[in-house]
Each structure stands twice: as structure tokens, then as C-alpha cells.
Design a binder for this molecule. Structure first.
Ligand code: VGL
Ligand code: ZN
Length: 194
């Protein structure tokens, strides 16, 4: 399907941080492989004057999602650490881009970029009606951000060539994609977006 970008569109790049890349604390297999593709999307939106939102997991050191606190994950994306930085090759435009930190308080986790953040307000203020979502992890934060967007009334496009999942259980990412498409998300690839 051909998608023509308009001024009601925004790009959301989910959690492209070192700890989610191979060698990081909570690696998404091949998470780094999507950086060049995401950079193409980021440049496309930036060149069209459309806003780009970068979500990041931004946890305190004693966050409840960590195993030591009874959670399920190894410590990851601790605020102000190397692991919480974006992948060094990720293109961050000089302006019209926004960093959305989530999971910032000890007692709450947030898989959706909308949870406990200003993302919805920032999009609404700019008249955004459609969001294009890529990044990691397909089966956690990408999925919850896409479903969150749909619940808030946005049209959501899933960047099929710009996502990677963790697959704690085999097939998790495939099921997550089915869930998103089933909820109304539209899957797209770069060549279709102009
Ligand atoms: C994520 C697990 C824990 C994600 C964040 O970004 O998908 N996954 N925290
Ligand atoms: Zn996390």
C-alpha cells in the first residue's frame, strides 16, 4: 500500500538504546540491524518537517521490573548510564524531535511510550493524527506503544522493516505483530511511504 505523508503524521522510534542491542544488558537479537532502516525513516520525516519522537526506557537503579526487586528483567536502561544511551549510529535530528522517557519511577513500569509521559499531549498539540512506529522490542514496548496509540484514537502504522523482538517465548514477536494488526494497525515498509 502506498502511504503519502501529511502534516498530521509523526514518527515514533521506540527504545533504540544500547542495553537493548546485542552485547547490552537486555539484548534484542539483531536489534542493531534496524538502525540503518530507522535512520531512513527518521531522515524522511525530518526532511518533511514532521516531528520525530524517540522513546527511551529510563529506569532508576532499583526499578521494580528488575530481578533484584522481584521483577522479570535484568537491570537495564538505568538513568544516566551508558546502557541507557541511544545506539551511537541512530540519527537524532537537530530539531523537531523529542525524547520521551518512560519507566522513570521506581514503582511503575511502562511498556507503552504513552504511559506516564507527555507523548499524547505533545502529539495532540501538533495536530498529529497518524503515528508510524518502529524500534524495539516488537513484543513489548513497540506492541504496547502501538496499542496505546490506537486506544487514544490515533491511526497507527507499524514499520515492518524497522522492528525487532526479544522472543522470550518462540513466536512472541509474530504474535505481537498479529495482535497489532488485529487491533487496526497497518503494516508498512519503507518503499511504500513517500
Ligand atoms: C522493554 C523489557 C523491559 C522494551 C523495556 O523496550 O521493549 N522490554 N523494558
Ligand atoms: Zn524496562
Amino acid at each position: 500500500m502506498r502511504i503519502k505523508l501529511t502534516d498530521k503524521d509523526a514518527l515514533i522510534v521506540v527504545d533504540m538504546q544500547r542495553d537493548f542491542m546485542p552485547g547490552g544488558a537486555l539484548p534484542v537479537p539483531e536489534g542493531d540491524k534496524i538502525v540503518p532502516r530507522l535512520n531512513q525513516y527518521i531522515r524522511l520525516f525530518f526532511e518533511r518537517g514532521l516531528p520525530v519522537f524517540f522513546t527511551r526506557d529510563w529506569h532508576p537503579p532499583d526499578h521494580i521490573s528488575f530481578k533484584d526487586q522481584g521483577g522479570v528483567w535484568p537491570p537495564h536502561c538505568v538513568q544516566d548510564t551508558e546502557g541507557a544511551k541511544f545506539h551511537p549510529d541512530l540519527y537524532i535530528p537537530p530539531d523537531n524531535r523529542f525524547i520521551i522517557s518512560k519507566g522513570t519511577s521506581r514503582d511503575f513500569d511502562a511498556y507503552s511510550g504513552f504511559q506516564g509521559t507527555m507523548l499524547d499531549q505533545l502529539l495532540k498539540e501538533r495536530g498529529i493524527k497518524r503515528v508510524f512506529v518502529g524500534g524495539v522490542a516488537t513484543d513489548y514496548c513497540v506492541k504496547n506503544t502501538v496499542l496505546g496509540a490506537i486506544n487514544l484514537g490515533y491511526e497507527a502504522f507499524l514499520l515492518l522493516d524497522g522492528i525487532k523482538g526479544v522472543d522470550v517465548k518462540q513466536g512472541d514477536s509474530e504474535r505481537a505483530i498479529e495482535d497489532m494488526l488485529g487491533a487496526g494497525a497497518v503494516g508498512v515498509e519503507y518503499e511504500e511511504v513517500k
